[in-house]
Design a protein around this ligand. Structure first.
Ligand code: 13P
Length: 252
């Protein structure tokens, strides 16, 4: 990675932290921010319950926040859901879309992923589209096909505003939360392929590719030195101050 390239470090706190824990971590990250603010671009994805105070605490030091998931309708009888519009009004700038835990644990379909992409673009949230294959699909030599289907379904026919940005996180399902990260050179190959496919599907859009799956302080450098990996989306290691700051410091 060239020195001029900005590194994106995205923290997906998933459902790891309760309200108090989220606020404590947000304030601690904010307090440490002067050490890294100019070197990296950090986005934090807290739980919906903690979103507002976390976004406020981080926003005070220039760190932006995003939604882990959105509903594609603005308002209505959708118990337990939060819309893209609601997140936007609460200060979100980004949203994850199609995270593999949404796809595999909650049955989110490629069609729903597309609807969420549309909703995000409509309200002006920057989408972080997540794609990736399961272990079985990789063993069956289907990784590229699966990712291509996910990209096509999500991106085909979307209407982009001028100067739009699209983040795509390549997160192989088998590498998420397992401690077994994808080999960085293999991840680079997949990320390059994803970038080329996405460029054809989202013309005139700035596309930024991230890797996610068991990223930690020990392997971060190997990922961000790959030419087509612009940053990382981190789960477990982003939800604890020491492991997150280790990643941040090593990325800097
Ligand atoms: P882990 O970093 O815990 O493997 O999670 C990755 C992830 O799913 C980020 O969205």
């Amino acid at each position: 990675m060239s020195a001029s390239k900005k590194v994106y470090l995205f923290a997906n706190w998933k459902m790891y932290l309760d309200y108090d824990e989220s606020n404590i971590l947000a304030n601690a990250v904010a307090a440490a921010s002067s050490d890294f603010a100019t070197k990296i671009k950090m986005v934090v994805f807290p739980s919906s319950l903690s979103f507002y105070p976390v976004a406020q605490a981080l926003g005070d030091v220039g760190i932006v926040s995003g939604a882990q998931n959105i509903h594609f309708e603005d308002k209505g009888g959708f118990t337990g859901e939060n819309s893209a519009l609601m997140y936007k009004n609460a200060g979100a700038k980004f949203t994850l879309i199609g995270h593999s835990e949404r796809r595999h644990l909650f049955g989110e379909t490629n069609h729903e992923v597309h609807q969420k992409m549309e909703a995000a673009l409509l309200v002006g949230l920057v989408p972080v589209l997540c794609v990736g294959e399961t272990a079985k699909e990789r063993k069956g030599d289907k990784a590229k096909d699966v990712v291509e289907v996910q990209l096509r379904a999500a991106l085909d026919g979307l209407k982009w505003k001028p100067k739009a940005k699209l983040f795509i996180a390549y997160e192989p399902v088998w590498a998420i939360g397992t401690g077994k990260n994808c080999d960085p050179v293999e991840a680079e190959k997949m990320c390059l392929m994803i970038e080329n496919m996405a460029k054809a599907l989202a013309k005139d859009v700035e596309i930024i590719i991230l890797y996610g799956g068991s990223v930690n302080g020990g392997n971060i450098k190997e990922f961000i030195k790959q030419p087509n990996i612009n940053g990382v989306l981190v789960g477990g290691a982003s939800a604890k101050l020491d492991t997150w700051l280790q990643i941040v410091q090593n990325a800097c």
